[in-house]
Design a protein around this ligand. Sequence first.
Ligand code: MSP
Length: 666
Amino acid sequence: MKEKYYITTPIYYPSGKWHIGTCYTTVICDAIARFKRMQGMDVFYLTGTDEHGQKLEKVAAENNTPTKEYIDKIVYELQDLWKLLDISHDKFIRTTDEYHKQAVQKIFTKLYEQGDIYKDTYEGKYCTPCESYWTDTQLVDGKCPDCGRPVEIMKEDSYFFRMSKYQDRLIDLLENNPEFLQPATRQKEMINNFLKPGLQDLCVSRTSFQWGVQVPFDTKHVVYVWLDALTNYITALGYGSDNQELFDKYWPCDLHMMGKEIVRFHSIIWPAILMALDLPLPKKLYGHGWLMLGSDKMSKSKGNVVDPVVLSEKYSVDALRYYLLREVPFGQDGSYTNRAFLNRINSDLANDLGNLVSRTTAMVEQYFGGIIPEPTGSTAFDSDLISICEGVYGNVEKYMDKLQVPEALESIWALNKRANKYIDETCPWVLSKDESKRDELATVMYNLCECIRFLATMLQPFLTSSAPKIMEKIGVTDKSLMTFDSIMKFGTMKAGNKVAKGDALFARINVEKEVAELEKIADLCKKEAEAKEQPKEVKKGNKTDEKKAVAENTITFSEIAIEDFMKIDLRVGSVVTAEKVAKADKLLNLTVDLGEGRLRTIVSGIAKWYTPEDIIGKSIVVVANLKPAKLRGIMSEGMILCASDEDDNLSIVAPIKTMKNGSEVR
Ligand code: MSP
């Protein structure tokens, strides 16, 4: 029977734009899952989305959309992204799935009935975006230690999980099982910062919002989002349902992978829940570092993100997968720059790999009519190449076992570079001129093709579309020549395949030109994100088209019919009062006279460019028949027209002669 391997990513929080930081965990787990499958294991790879909590309820309400509808759209985008990136998960769980919610209720009830959960009153400092309570000692300058935002005092009747009961077992787990949590530095951090100071019981229900799994026996309460989310790792396998077959087969988990900021939840709360449920603990947790943009973590909430769809469409999915797998030292933080990404494509993919394949296939075409010849001769350089080929799997396996994915790729590239050097050493173009060296030339060509087969075989878990393309180019169609077993011994592939040079695997890139283009696209994305944050004062044209247009160096406008334009009721008005909106840097709250015999409230995202004093008494143009919308809790009844440009200038649009309030603008 095959050995099983259960691997999970965290479940993603659908709160904004997906970015390459989000892809990091998933692509790494994908490479590991594919590698283990190739090793003959029965792999179950789980990913999904974490869809409950106050923040999502709030954001959806601000967008005037039912919560589930709002979330669905973002979740579908993530599912499309995983398709694009060729992620090979076996299941995608959503915490809004009915089976999950029912299982969470069963788990909560079980823990309550056995006394591991009890009811009490709780007062504490709460960070809403992070859905976490913090003690005074954990706060940094009075703010949330994770995201740096202000915390609120919350008091509520709550259910508590007896975490303290598990403190000694948790310390024992982390101190005496070096394999359990890696890298080792995270283990020390958890013991010293959280376990040794003493664990408090954990508040595991909320009454301040509705969007979550109801506590079945006290429906005013919803289950704490982390308890709900963490249990996905077992509910996805059917735990708590009528069919526990997958659970019996795959649990305990072999690897929970996650970013370092959520190691605390996975290495303390999660094992404590499992202990309470009397279930086996996961075998390994790995807390990787972050992908940074400059010195900041790339994150949805900060909006400093790089779009994986743009990178994949412009430079290929494999280029992005390769960068994510290769560039960040595993376990540590790594910084993304467009330049480093593009340089990697040129040096490793276009030069090292692409050139080796295109040079070799071109030479086989030129010297042997495209048919891989029998290796009838020998050269002084063969044995070194062969021994590196035969050692490559062992090296890669050693690194993959330690989850050192960049090092695994490095050892594949050592072979790639050795093969390029072999071409320089054997100089086939010289051999080809001398008929007496025909056997040597044949051997060089065979050895190169066989070496390329070794490379393509090893690359399958990492470069999922290039590896099969390379196989095709050297005419390998037999699946048994694509297995790890088939690259233990050099020479397994028979001569006689027909090669096909075809198109280059990776096009060489003009780095300067592409950096400039990517910066332009990023700028537009940033503006788009900012515009989403505030009332849309200027919303002409289609931003997605505009983004594409920049990539193509053209500007397009989407046309509308005159009847459509006539539906917009534009009026002159004057600003009567203006003040800043509390806790919203970008917003001004205005009252505006449109000659209607009443004043309208309009919330406008112009605070960066105008102070209240600048605009009180000024004439403006208002979209008067816009459906009212709530912004930061204030009902806004219209939109002010403004002009803006790419240099971040903004000007309110106004009539150049004095006009009566209420005058139509056409
Ligand atoms: N919903 C929780 C996880 C619950 S698991 C039971 C969550 N979601 S998240 O969407 O915020 O993050 C999901 C994963 O993406 C985390 O592992 C996080 O570390 C990772 N990343 C998000 N931004 C990242 C980078 N910039 N770099 C690397 N990983 C990043 O946390």
